[in-house]
Ligand binder design. Structure first.
Ligand code: CAA
Length: 380
């Protein structure tokens, strides 16, 4: 067993850390306040190869492993989780899905531009009444004269207003239930494809979240991903890897909050000494650090499983379940350690606390992760 990162993994982690400190930290509070999409920062992340990290260079990606990807996710999330969710969705859900299940034509037409970050993508599964219960798709895709006609609404779509390419899950054969679901590639600007209003969010406010409305959107048959009826499996397989990315995001939020709290506790004084000298604070730091290390091991193990061809449904779900809880707990304690200053924007921890919450909700709530884990265990 070897817990050491390779030279290459260490280098990419360092590059992401420097990038986050130099390019994301300035302006992160303002972007959060104004709900401003980090357009310039996304461009720079594309230049660094962060938007198609695991995609093969043949299709415009960086060809790295999942461990490098989670390292980058952690470092970016320490500072700006709005940026890291853009990285996560583009890498894990859009590029990975297309590379693994798309046709050669689809890869040439869409993947190359997505992986290089020339354009970004969105993954559209959730609906007003199909969030956790993802098989209950109401969006329909009816085949007609060599095309599919798509109708329906999608909700809470990350990159909803800024993406150019959308992977949309829809029901083609309702009588077949989940076996009748398909996945399609849609482009912004297709007639009948409307982008709904931007959501006003508690956290990850720089990320661009919208509902999408489809009114008789005509999609060529060659834009279907996989065989007829493969759409639900496509969504599940893609999300299994996506959950590793969100687990890494949660890990980053937790580490970011912990590092700020530790530094603050070494300079802030009360009762004649730095507050880290009070056991009440020192024990909090000990708990935070221990839990973060445990989360890190789960995240890296899930990434390692994926890189080594092992099943990662369970390890990814466990990593997300645990790391998202650690993110929430750590961020709350970081605010507590900062006292009154923790409640003030310029100290960053209140933002991390708001950002942490979403990691327990998207790409499968914590309750859904427990379903995945328990079903997996009981099937063994
Ligand atoms: N890999 C391959 N197939 C899988 C799978 C996986 N990981 N998980 C399930 N399946 C298959 C099952 O084998 C089954 O197929 P068969 O009938 O052919 O065997 C089929 O999918 C249906 O599975 P279930 O019977 O288990 O379905 P269910 O209704 O009980 O639900 C669920 C399963 C795990 C709860 C699923 O609905 C789920 O994951 N829900 C959460 C959805 C989710 O994560 N949404 C997040 C939205 S995306 C997002 O947040 C992106 C963003 O922008 C940040």
């Amino acid at each position: 067993m070897d817990f050491k990162l390779s030279e290459e993994q260490l280098l990419i982690k360092e590059a992401a850390r420097d990038f986050a400190k130099n390019e994301l930290l300035p302006g992160v509070i303002e972007r959060d306040e104004k709900q401003e999409f980090p357009k310039e920062q996304v461009k720079k992340m594309a230049e660094l190869g962060f938007l198609g990290m695991m995609t093969s260079p043949e299709y415009g990606g960086s060809g790295m492993d999942t461990i490098s990807y989670v390292m980058v996710m952690e470092e970016i999330s320490k500072i700006d989780a709005s940026c890291s969710v853009i990285v996560s969705v583009n890498n894990s859900l859009v590029c990975w899905g297309l590379e693994n299940y798309g046709t050669e034509e689809q890869k040439k037409k869409y993947l190359t531009r997505l992986a290089s970050g020339e354009i970004i993508g969105a993954f559209c599964l959730s609906e007003p009444e199909a969030g956790s219960d993802a098989t209950s798709q109401k969006t329909t895709a009816i085949e007609k004269d060599g095309h599919y006609i798509i109708n329906g609404t999608k909700n809470w779509i990350t990159n909803g207003g800024t993406a150019d390419v959308y992977l949309v899950i829809a029901q083609t054969h309702p009588e077949k239930k989940h076996k009748g679901i398909n996945a399609f590639i849609l482009e912004k600007g297709m007639p009948g494809f409307e982008i709904g209003p931007k959501e006003q969010k508690l956290g990850i406010r720089g990320s661009d979240t919208h509902s999408l409305i489809f009114n008789d959107v005509k999609v060529p048959k060659e834009n279907r991903i996989g065989e007829d009826g493969f759409g639900f499996k496509f969504a599940m397989k893609t999300l299994a890897g996506g959950r590793i990315g969100i687990a890494a995001q949660a890990l980053g939020i937790a580490s970011g909050a912990y590092e700020l709290a530790k530094e603050y506790s070494k300079v802030r004084k009360s009762f004649g000494t730095e507050i880290c000298n009070h056991q009440a604070i020192a024990f909090k730091l000990a708990d935070m650090h221990t839990q973060i290390e445990a989360a890190r091991h789960l995240v890296i193990k899930a990434a390692w499983d994926k890189d080594n061809g092992h099943d990662y449904d369970l390890s990814g779900a466990m990593a997300k379940l645990y790391a998202s809880q650690v993110a929430m707990d750590t961020a709350i304690e970081a605010v507590q350690i900062h006292g009154g200053n923790g409640y003030v924007k310029e100290y960053h921890v209140e933002r991390l606390m708001r950002d942490a919450k979403i990691t327990q909700i998207y790409e499968g709530t914590s309750e859904i992760q427990k379903i995945v884990i328990s079903r997996g265990l009981l099937a063994e």
